[in-house]
Design a protein around this ligand. Structure first.
Ligand SMILES: *Cc1c(COP(=O)(O)O)cnc(C)c1O
Length: 364
């Protein structure tokens, strides 16, 4: 059987059935019903954030938060990310300005940030890549000096805490994805966490056609509401989150034991004072006797499918061909990482013997 890069977490079947039983009594399937309210409360308690708004997916959460901050201009971000981050900026009518990344955390390099700020800059949109937290302190300092909001793409960092503070709390807002492939899923889903009650209210209106109440429509909103079945899935999955992360830790440690201290392999560095979520297991093949693409092909031949994540850079996408500023050469470290990195299979139920087999194939 094929081993894919990920496998979705699911609660016991009976637990989910029990959770959705009430929906057959209420016949209330969406529009901020009981499950939606419950999940919002559960997530706020877990993440320790002031405000939280659920969405139908992470991408629309990101588009909606860009709109909620009323941003029009340049947004400094990273090309070493999933398509969603860059597309959200462009689809909201803003211009992404690409900052290079730190070669250890793969996140936006604050040392290169300030030089990109101009009078057109309206926000900073860094990504907590693989669940590695950005240098939130330095980014925060620079943003404050220039009076710019910081919106984090925290899609990878659900369950990551620094000094006990969750990744939901950094910056002016943080977006999570609860897609099936993420550490915590609601099948499809997402959320925005923020500190401002004003932004929360705008997000609630924006995700429901801009309708504030029956007779008052202050925004040209779309539809990005989470339905009750997805919320119920989230309520169940959240109960099992710590177990899932613990199992992922064992997988990561098994990989570390097999692949540590091998010349030409860069493993993901543990961050200080940070509780990780083991969302991904990236390996950089740089100076190894095989290239990343050769390792990928070798594993694929054995029915194992890791992912070239992130490759290509979003600044190299065909849809942006010829767009000024969309040039991987402007971000050489990100361009290099995109050529060398492979994320290996990582999920809670991945058998440790399979981890050994994957490592054997890579090393032999
Ligand atoms: C998954 C992901 C998204 C998009 O989330 P969806 O819930 O799939 O819409 C955005 N950014 C990053 C970095 C992601 O990994």
């Amino acid at each position: 059987m094929a081993i894919n890069v990920t496998r979705s977490s699911m609660p016991p079947f009976e637990e989910y059935c029990e959770e959705i039983r009430e929906l057959w009594d209420s016949h209330w399937l969406t529009n901020m019903g009981a499950k939606h309210q419950q999940l919002e409360a559960d997530l706020k308690a877990y993440l320790g954030c002031e405000e939280l708004v659920l969405f139908t997916n992470g991408h629309l959460a990101l588009e909606n938060v860009i709109e909620a901050f009323n941003l029009h201009g340049e947004i400094i971000t990273t090309p070493f990310t999933f398509a969603s981050t860059t597309h959200a900026v462009v689809r909201c009518g803003c211009t992404p300005v690409f900052c290079d990344i730190d070669p250890v955390t793969y996140t936006l390099d604050p040392e290169k940030l300030e030089a990109l700020i101009t009078e057109k800059t309206v926000a900073i949109l860094p990504v907590h890549v693989y669940g590695n937290l950005c240098d939130v302190e330095k980014i925060g300092e620079i943003a404050a000096r220039h009076h710019l909001p910081v919106i984090y793409d925290a899609a990878h960092s659900f369950g990551v805490f620094r000094k006990g503070v969750s990744s939901a709390c950094f910056g002016d807002a943080a977006m999570f994805s609860f897609h099936a492939t993420k550490v915590f899923n609601t099948i499809e889903g997402g959320a925005v966490c923020c500190h401002s009650e004003e932004i929360r209210r705008r997000l609630c209106d924006l995700k429901n056609f801009g309708i504030h109440d029956e007779e008052n429509v202050p925004y040209v909103g779309g539809n990005a509401k989470m339905n009750e079945f997805c919320a119920a899935m989230g309520i169940c999955n959240l109960r099992h989150l710590q177990d899932e992360i613990e199992k992922r830790r064992l997988v990561a440690e098994r990989y570390d034991a097999n692949l540590g201290k091998i010349p030409g392999l860069q493993l993901n560095a543990q961050q200080e004072e940070t509780t990780p979520n083991y969302a991904y297991y990236p390996v950089v093949f740089d100076g190894f006797h095989l290239t990343r693409d050769e390792v990928f092909a070798k594993l694929a031949a054995e029915g194992i499918f890791p992912r070239k994540y992130f490759y290509p850079l979003t600044s190299a996408f065909a849809c942006y061909k010829g767009t000024p500023g969309f040039n991987p050469r402007n971000t050489p470290i990100a361009a290099h990482m995109a050529e060398c990195v492979l994320t290996l299979p990582m999920y809670a139920d991945l058998p440790l013997e399979t981890v050994d087999r994957i490592c054997e194939i890579i090393l032999k």
